[in-house]
Design a protein around this ligand. Structure first.
Ligand code: URA
Length: 482
């Protein structure tokens, strides 16, 4: 076992040099580990590698990794998880064989790294929102000091924001990871601090409390959302947070007074569906469902793109929960939107007949769509299908990927180019890649074919029959892969 000795918890340069060295030596992920500081010095059992200083390191054998990986790694290293260095080394190791790995967001390691990077970015945002300076004085005069406990190690990444924002003030932000000090000219970083090093209270506190109480709108209170935005872990350092419990308790009384008439609803049909499902409508962007029922409920609250506004409901996948085969279409159509079930309209009938002919039982498969809400435009009384935009497909990949993680299909068949985009994460010419079984990093095989509604649109009977035969042949191929 080789151990990469890192100088401190966010020693990205040290990790890079050690990882590069290990990778060059051909050491597999299970043959290396990384450890910070003193821990390694005491560890006589292992062969410890101390990375050279960055200048010496330049001569180390170089190999090229995508910039996207370097950026991702730079964020992930700030995550508080112990195994972050190992995860990054695993990705680095795999990059040589899979140079496009970082683009495959359905890959478990990539998804894990992206999730951690997202948490880090969120912690930085929270820091920008919730640092509260308190007034202090030293020999040079007024100085502002804040105590803050970031969820991840984001002090160095976030401090420049405060230097720009409060350029003319002398301030320090003290955290358990270190301190940032701005003297109106230069930003420096010091050792970890403790809460008692920051002043406890000042008159500015009263200002925050007054401000917060006056801007608090009880009619808009959603406790869950509020706690998502202002997680409880930050409350203890926010002067205004001491008001929250009382304001929340009083809110229903105040709301009753304020609301004279019921609010109008933008989409009565959606509201009815939601009421029927009895779901909690608050949308939590980071929520990761642990089963398909949770996923279904969460999709109903999804606000990742605007498509939900004009629909009856989100339509998730249906079928066998641990299906070896996943069939992915584009998006629900009119009937699917009304019923909440995928592929039950005309395209669904074409699909069912073709599956039958190919010897595949739809009941053994999990049938879903790349986009979970029906995109359409009204024409008279009808709702006419509109192809979802790339941004909508990308936004919805969160759910498709979650379905993939839960169902774990061996084979995925994509119907049409939107489905292929949703599954592969890249634009695809279906006619070029049709019928080729692509192997995904999670081991799943993906087979691309056309969408059944394409068959419905072919006017000429002979061409229609020929195309249908090709479609059935693709599905037979799917069967052999299974
Ligand atoms: N078309 C699709 O792509 N999916 C459906 O669920 C219905 C029609």
């Amino acid at each position: 076992m080789r151990v990469g000795a890192l100088a401190h918890e966010t020693d990205f340069e040290g990790w890079r040099l050690a990882a590069r060295q290990f990778r060059t030596e051909g050491l597999r992920p299970d043959q290396v580990r990384f450890a910070v500081g003193a821990e390694t010095a005491q560890n006589g059992l292992f062969d410890i590698y101390f990375p050279p200083t960055p200048v010496e390191g330049k001569s180390a054998q170089e190999f090229v990794v995508p910039k996207a990986f370097v950026d991702l790694a730079g964020s992930v290293i700030l995550h508080r998880s112990e195994d972050r260095f190992d995860l990054l080394y695993r990705l680095l190791w795999r990059l040589r064989e899979e140079p496009n790995l970082i683009r495959i967001v359905s890959d478990a390691d990539v998804a894990d790294a992206m999730e951690r990077a997202k948490n880090v970015s969120r912690a930085s945002h929270k820091m920008k929102a919730f640092v509260r300076f308190r007034q202090a004085f030293d020999n040079a005069g007024e100085r502002w000091v804040a105590w803050f406990e970031p969820a991840h190690r984001v002090l160095e990444m976030t401090a420049p924001f405060f230097a720009r924002r409060f350029a003319n003030m002398r301030w320090s932000i003290l955290t358990p990871d270190g301190a940032a000090v701005w003297d109106t000219d230069a930003l420096t970083f010091g050792p970890p601090a403790t809460r008692d090093m920051a002043p406890a209270e000042d008159e500015i506190e009263a200002f925050w409390k007054t401000y917060y109480a006056s801007t608090f709108n009880p009619a808009r209170l959603k406790t869950k959302t509020m706690q998502g935005e202002m997680p409880k872990r930050y409350w203890k350092n926010l002067p205004e947070a001491s008001l929250i419990p009382e304001l929340v308790a009083r809110s229903s009384v105040r709301t009753d007074d304020m609301v004279a008439a019921p609010a109008s609803t933008p989409n009565a049909r959606l509201d009815k569906t939601l009421a029927r499902m009895g779901r909690d409508a608050s949308f939590d962007e980071g929520f990761v469902p642990s089963n398909l029922d949770e996923l279904d409920r969460a999709v109903q609250a999804c606000r990742r793109c605007p498509l939900w506004r004009d629909t009856t409901q989100g339509v998730c996948g249906a079928g066998a929960r641990k299906a070896p085969l996943m069939i992915v279409g584009e998006q629900p159509g009119d009937q699917e939107d009304l019923s909440g079930q995928p592929f039950i309209g005309p395209a669904g009938q074409v699909l069912d007949a073709a599956l039958d002919e190919a010897g595949i039982d739809r009941g053994d498969a999990f049938v879903t769509n790349a986009v979970k809400h029906f995109k359409h435009e009204p024409r008279g009384k009808r709702r006419i299908h509109k192809t979802p935009a790339v941004s909508e497909v990308s936004a919805c990949r969160w759910w498709l990927d979650a379905e993939r993680r839960l169902v774990k299909p061996k084979v995925i068949v994509t119907l049409g180019s939107t489905a292929a985009l949703g599954v592969l994460g890249r634009k695809v010419a279906v006619t070029k890649e049709r019928g080729v079984a692509l192997t995904q990093p999670d081991g799943a095989r993906v087979l691309l074919t056309v969408h059944p509604s394409y068959l419905l649109r072919i006017p000429d009977a002979a061409s229609k029959a020929a195309e249908r035969e090709r479609f059935v042949a693709d599905l037979k191929r799917v069967r052999t892969l299974l």
